[in-house]
Write a new protein. Sequence first.
Length: 301
Amino acid sequence: MTGTTEATLQLDRLDGVLAEMFARRLALHEQAGRDAGRTWARLARHVDVPDLVRQYRASLGLVETRSEEDDEHEAIAIAAARSALHRLADLVFDEDEADDFDRLRRTFETVLRSGRAEGVADAVVMAAERLDKLGQHTLALDFKIAFEHAYAALERKAEQLAGESGKWLSDILGGQARDVGALLARLTREGASYADMVRGVSDLLTDADARAVQTVIDLMTSRSMSQGALDLYASEGIGQVDFVTAGDDRVCPICTDCEIKGPYGVGESPTPGIHPHCRCVLMPTSVLSATTVGAYLEGGP
C-alpha cells in the first residue's frame, strides 16, 4: 500500500468528498437493483412454468422420493429450468413479446454505462480534491457534472456495453435455474403437488428481489464502476493503483489480502466487485492531470 491513500477508507468515519462518493455509489446500487429487478420480473412472466414443472415431474418417473435422491432431483430440475429460461431469448424474434426482452437489455446497458460513468466521476473528483490540496486546481468538486460528461462520452462504447449485457443476462439465467432446481428438489422432498410447485416456481422467478437477480445486478454495478475508473487510469497513463478496502469488521479475508498485496499495475489489479456487496475501490498511486480533471468538470472530455 502506498503513502498516497490511507490503508483503509474507514467508511464509518468518512466526510466530505469521500462520504459523498460512497453515498452516490450506494444510491447507484439501489437504483440498479430496483430497475433491473422490476424489468427482469416482467420478462420472467413469459416463462412457461407449468410446462417446466411437468417436464421435471415426468423426468422423475413418479418414483417415491427418498432423501438420497435429492441431488439427482435438483440436477433434473436445474436442467428443466435452464431450458425454460433460455427460451426467453426466443422472445427477441417474437414481435408481440420482444418488448420485454429489449427492455431488460436496455436496462442492463444503462446500468453498465452508469456504473462506468460513476467510476470515472469518482476518480475525477477525488483527483480534483488532491490537486486542490496541491494548489493546482480551483474548479468546484462536482460529481454530477463529471458523471454527466463521462456518461455522454460512453456513447461511443454503446455497442460494447450491449455485448456485455448478454453475459450478465446469462449469469441471471444460470442463477435462477439453480435456485429453481433447489426449490423443486425441496418441494419434491416435502411431497408438494404439481400446483404447489407451479406456484412456488412462479413466485421465485417473478420476484424482483430474487437472490440470483439482485446478486448479479450488484456485481454488475460494482465491476462496471471499477472498470470505468480503470479505463480512465489506463487512458491517462496512470501506472499503478491501490486496492482499498472499507476498513471495518465486514471486510472479507479475500479483499484484505488484495489490499495488502498492492499496489498493482493498471490492468493487473483485482477488480472490486470481487463478491456481492463489495465496497472496495481502486485508487491511483499518482494523481490525474489537471487537464484531464478540468475536461470532465468543465466542457467534457
